[in-house]
Ligand binder design. Structure first.
Ligand SMILES: [Zn+2]
Length: 413
């Protein structure tokens, strides 16, 4: 079978090509002794080496010998807050001495301190801070990252954060970035109704030019279901898809709101019950679990098993943020999901790749299949389970983003 396009990159001697493609049987769809070929940004062959077509093209093919290592799809980290300034290490130490997140927030710390530091920063300063984190993410295999605003509480400051995100993905040394407008995050200083009305009147319209999604923090100590519904309906009218931080601290109805509005995702969900999980599944809402935040906050474990048993699509994300989950590592999140959220390693890998893509409504990535984006990670091990098993390690040796090697020199043959 001839290939339609000249091959520009080929990875051969792949011990285990972990496709995450349901077409290849039991998850995560492993093909042994495989080859991956790309033409430009797109996969043109992902299958057994002994059945591979001879690549067309010239001598410019980037030829990588995987030497028996496993290859997985690039991670899609569908929930992060990496566009922040300031440092909250002292607060972390205080929490370890017994103060709760809520007690620190009442003293003006917590998210309010990040809002103070970030809101007065320039878009360039925010981009630089986010870039440092984004480079660490791609070094751990993440090829697409969602980045939220939410540290503004002020229209112009929110737009500066979204401007910073727009600059991120242009650099090949970082994951592709998807922007989310998060106007309802910390509580406002002034009148809540005025704040919500301003977001609906002006915020969502301006944000829609910069962001794919609008997100809200629906929980005790944040925003009510009715406040969130008002903003989400305005955001949808402005052309954005919807996300909800739901049922993280208490059972407040965020998951049901996400189901009612057919949001792209409902995130956190530690206090979501079985009926909530079934409602998300029925509405086609991806449940995003955030094992780092659940671990640091010390509450109930993430509901990975409950969501799966209810038939919902599950995604795993880092929630990278300065208060409750300061990590860039998707492999670590997979380990925690297996250890604490009731997922098996194969479920965790699918959730970290195609699940993340579903949470971002991106159907062109998260699976290694002909015709999809060539976003992949070559591991330093033949055993893909090490990603979820080797706690705190980085098993990623080489990262391919859009058909180009962006991390690691490649294991040149
Ligand atoms: Zn979050």
């Amino acid at each position: 079978m001839p290939l339609p396009d000249p091959v520009t990159l080929m990875v051969r001697n792949i011990g285990a090509l972990v496709t995450c493609d349901p077409a290849h049987g039991d998850a995560p769809g492993v093909i042994r002794d495989a080859v991956l070929m790309c033409a430009g940004e797109v996969i043109v062959y992902a299958g057994r080496g002994d059945a591979a077509p001879r690549p067309t093209g010239d001598n410019d093919i980037v030829d990588i010998d995987a030497r028996g290592a496993a290859v997985i799809p690039g991670f899609v980290d569908a929930h992060t807050h990496i566009a922040w300034l300031g440092d909250r290490g002292e607060e972390y130490a205080l929490r370890s001495s017994g103060l709760t997140y809520e007690q620190i927030a009442q003293r003006g710390g917590g998210i309010r301190s990040t809002v103070r530091d970030t809101a007065r920063g320039s878009a360039a300063a925010i981009r630089d801070a986010a870039s440092t984190r984004a480079r660490l993410m791609i070094a751990h295999g993440t090829t697409t990252v969602e980045v939220k605003s939410g540290y503004g509480l002020d229209h112009d400051a929110e737009m500066r954060q979204l401007d910073a995100v727009a600059d991120l993905g242009a650099d090949h040394g970082m994951p592709l970035a998807i922007a989310t407008y998060l106007p309802l995050h910390a509580a406002p200083d002034g009148d809540r109704a005025d704040f919500i009305a301003e977001v609906c009147a002006h915020g969502v319209g301006d944000a829609a030019a910069l962001a794919s999604f609008c997100d809200v923090f629906c929980d005790e100590g944040a925003y009510t279901v009715d406040e969130c519904r008002a903003v989400l309906l305005a955001a949808r009218a402005a052309g954005m898809s919807l996300k909800v931080h739901a049922d993280q601290r208490t059972h407040t109805g965020g998951a049901q709101l996400a189901a009612e509005l057919h949001a792209a995702s409902a995130d956190h969900l530690e206090f979501a019950d079985e009926a909530d999980c079934r409602a998300l599944a029925a509405a086609g809402v991806t449940g995003v679990i955030l094992p780092g935040a659940a671990l640091i906050l010390g509450g109930p474990p993430p509901p990975g098993r409950r969501l799966r048993d209810a038939g919902a699509t599950v995604a795993i994300a880092t929630d990278c943020n300065p208060g409750t989950s300061y990590t860039e590592s998707m492999p670590l999140m997979m380990s925690l999901a297996v250890a604490t959220a009731g997922l098996g390693p194969s479920e965790a890998l699918v959730a970290a790749t195609s699940g993340g893509a579903a949470a971002l409504q991106l159907d062109d990535r998260g699976i290694l299949r002909r015709g999809l984006r060539a976003d992949a990670a070559i591991l330093s091990t033949p055993h893909w389970i090490d990603v979820a098993y080797h706690l705190g390690a980085n098993p990623v040796a080489t990262v391919i983003r859009g058909g180009q090697v962006v991390v690691g020199a490649g294991l040149a043959g």
